[in-house]
Design a protein around this ligand. Sequence first.
Ligand SMILES: [Mg+2]
Length: 245
Amino acid sequence: MTNTDKTVIAFDADDTLWPNEHYFREGEQQIIKLLERYYPGEDLLDKLYQQEIKNLHVFGYGAKGFALSMIESLIELSDGKVTGQEIQQVIEIGKMIMSSPIELISGVTETIEALRGYPLMIITKGDLFDQESKIARSGLADNFKMIEIVSEKDDATYLRLLKKYHIAPENFWMVGNSLKSDILPVAHIGAHAVHIPHETTWVHEMVSDKHASAYNYHELSTISELPALIKREVEREIQKNRSVS
Ligand SMILES: [Mg+2]
């Protein structure tokens, strides 16, 4: 058995398999409309973002933490004048995000089908209930041998998962839209990372081009290009192993 028989392909979920971020940004715009009557500053969006980041270590990622942070911002920026009805509106926005339809990104179904010979995995971060619900609603769950919902995607998380499933870094592929969460930590531990940018990226997930350029990873414009890339790279690995032995 060559190393390449052990290839495992992992996918991020939000904005890699289905769109997600734009629901948050739409919700944010509705909250800004609520807040404008209380807070005239130009820096409203930044204020909301700062509140979210401040609360990340308490609430974690996801729509519930987002809604709670927005309520807190609304209370603070309105000097406590916000009404119960307005708070209810923020809760409704949170519910809207959590129950938004799961529509697969173009090419996802065919790509998963083309790669079904490999053990496939989902690694997503966020609220357990929210993420489980989205995976179930996507109709894709049966295609994945392993599903991991984690609170953070960093070097330590990836190393822990590789150890748990006995996967060597050189046999592990991670596919995702976030350089910060899906790509750079994976490249850093010596595994393969495939970046497929999505139209909307949360500021928290952004990294500078200069920082990213220090890492070795693949970049594709659509997920449909993935099977060909994996085939090419796995075959190249086989050739390399043959020439060594
Ligand atoms: Mg993502």
